[in-house]
Design a protein around this ligand. Sequence first.
Ligand code: ATP
Length: 304
Amino acid sequence: TFRILHSSKDLALSLVDMAQYVGFIDDTLAVIGQTRAVHDAPGAPALACTGGRIAFRGVGFGYGHGHGRRALRRVDLVVPACQKVGIVGPSGAGKSTLIHLLQRLHDVTEGEILIDGQPIAGVTQDSLRAALAVVPQEISLLHRSVMDNIRFARPSATEAEVQAAARAAHCDHFIQALPEGYDTIVGERGAKLSGGQRQRIGIARAFLKDAPIIIFDEATSALDTESEVAVHRALTRLLRDRTVVAVAHRLSTLADFDRILVVDEGRIVEDGTPAELRRRDGAFARMWRLQADGLANDDVVGAA
Ligand code: ATP
């Protein structure tokens, strides 16, 4: 964006470019708000992420000055390294709050969150971000080439590394079919990508980042069956051998998980393997029946 502007057309393009960056930052809007509130402690060390074990100890959180109503209350949780945890629950239950706190987009009001035994509030934010790859619900694309869009996750990556990440995320095929392949400009005014293609770009970014912990916020919008299958395959491979905390809406996603947490009113109300929770006649079993019967759409949260 810092190029010399020769004409008003250039200026307009640059503004659009910048708007795209802002769009990308939208994904982490809370980060912007919190760069003022969340600080590195003086002399904070870098996080030494050895395996990706996550622990919440008595975590409470409320938004706003008086901390208002608690969005999370006394959450205790240990996620061993490489476990895949799916979070479900009704709208407003606290699912997003939980994954935002893990990214330290806000500081907890009570308790602490640790990664590999180190409180995340005590390590540098850069090192924390480096340990986490976030696949958000909505993938924002910059008005840049597909290559640049994937490389955004690790600017030092070579073209070969970007292409390897794209192949792992089942993107390579559709990217090759774009008019200029990896050089095709995407984003608002560029080539239009489908919802499933955008999601796979998000997954490719996470592959490129190669972080030990994945935070996945599954999109609620339904995809056509073919895209659904492609995204599912890409995701299954990404999640292998990493610690995963995912807000998940689809049974097809949850079926592969080691563990499900049902969150309601800021608390974990059910915790077990998908099979255990299906046997228990609770909220998850009800969600499962509704989806399996096709009575609900594919949004577990909506069915809750
Ligand atoms: P959904 O499935 O609808 O995304 P959720 O389970 O992710 O819901 P959260 O977004 O974590 O729920 O919200 C938990 C509670 O915190 C809700 O009562 C919500 O209204 C409140 N909340 C969320 N974000 C904010 C915010 N930025 N400011 C104030 N309150 C908020």
